[in-house]
Design a protein around this ligand. Structure first.
Ligand code: BTN
Length: 237
């Protein structure tokens, strides 16, 4: 189960960092929730603005069988989108794993592994969702919170519980079939196969058609040449 063991902190640097320091004291499936983070981390070394009102938490896994970090991230991105769908919020996954609504970022996921002597001993999935927090003016063009979409506040404990339950069910159902996680993830993904997109190749911006999307690569046909895109930095808005 996810969230049977739960630690709520009023303030912490980052729930991911907290679990990295303290994973030995928690069981598989434990979660750490922060009311606010003072040094929230985003992907690619970015900071993640985490004031009161948002849902900022990390889930600890101590897997006995190997499941890729990608798969954990995908499972949570699917769970978030499907729970939001129940609230009538049509969110989507912007490749590879950002949760967007109407061109603005609503949530993000940062999965990290802790290894000891080359063995993965803990997986930490950090989830950040703009729920009831205000988005600062300088981010209003690129980020949005649930309360602004729904025009009312949302119960954070409901969201937390619903996402964890759903993610757990997905993990159990797809444990040995990660290709099916990828299939489901593609259902909510933007861009989709066949879409025209712009990508950066050797500092040049070129346009092409998405031929195929695999677990970790977008294959784009640029004038007959197929390019494999693996970093969000290569995607041009
Ligand atoms: C992204 O860049 O999109 C990922 C953002 C992940 C933010 C969450 S908030 C809870 C957890 N703790 C962190 O420091 N980061 C993740």
């Amino acid at each position: 189960m996810i969230g049977e063991e739960i630690e709520v902190l009023y303030e912490v640097d980052s729930t991911n960092e907290f679990l990295k320091r303290n994973y030995k004291s928690f069981h598989d499936g434990a979660i750490v929730v922060a009311i606010k983070q003072t040094a929230g981390k985003g992907r690619m070394g970015r900071t993640w603005y985490s004031p009161e009102g948002g849902l900022w938490y990390s889930v600890l896994f101590k897997p006995k069988v190997h499941i890729s970090l990608h798969s954990y991230t995908k499972v949570f991105s699917i769970a978030i989108v499907e729970v939001l769908k129940k609230l009538k919020v049509k969110a989507y996954i912007k490749w590879p794993n950002d949760i967007y609504y109407n061109g603005k970022k609503l949530a993000g996921i940062l999965s990290e592994a802790v290894s000891v002597n080359d063995r993965v001993v803990a997986i930490i999935v950090g989830i950040g969702i703009n729920v009831n927090n205000d988005i600062p003016d300088d981010l209003k063009d690129i980020a949005i919170s649930l309360k602004d979409i729904l025009k009312k506040k949302v119960k954070i404990t409901y969201l937390l519980d619903a996402i964890n339950k759903h993610a757990w069910n997905l993990l159990i159902s797809y444990r040995n079939e990660t290709e099916n996680i990828t299939k489901l993830w593609k259902k909510y993904l933007v861009p989709r196969e066949g879409d025209r997109i712009k990508v950066k190749v050797d500092e040049q911006i070129v346009e092409g058609t998405v031929l195929k999307i695999t677990e970790d690569t977008l294959y784009v046909d640029v004038g007959g040449k197929v390019i494999g895109v693996q970093s969000i930095h290569q995607l041009v808005e």
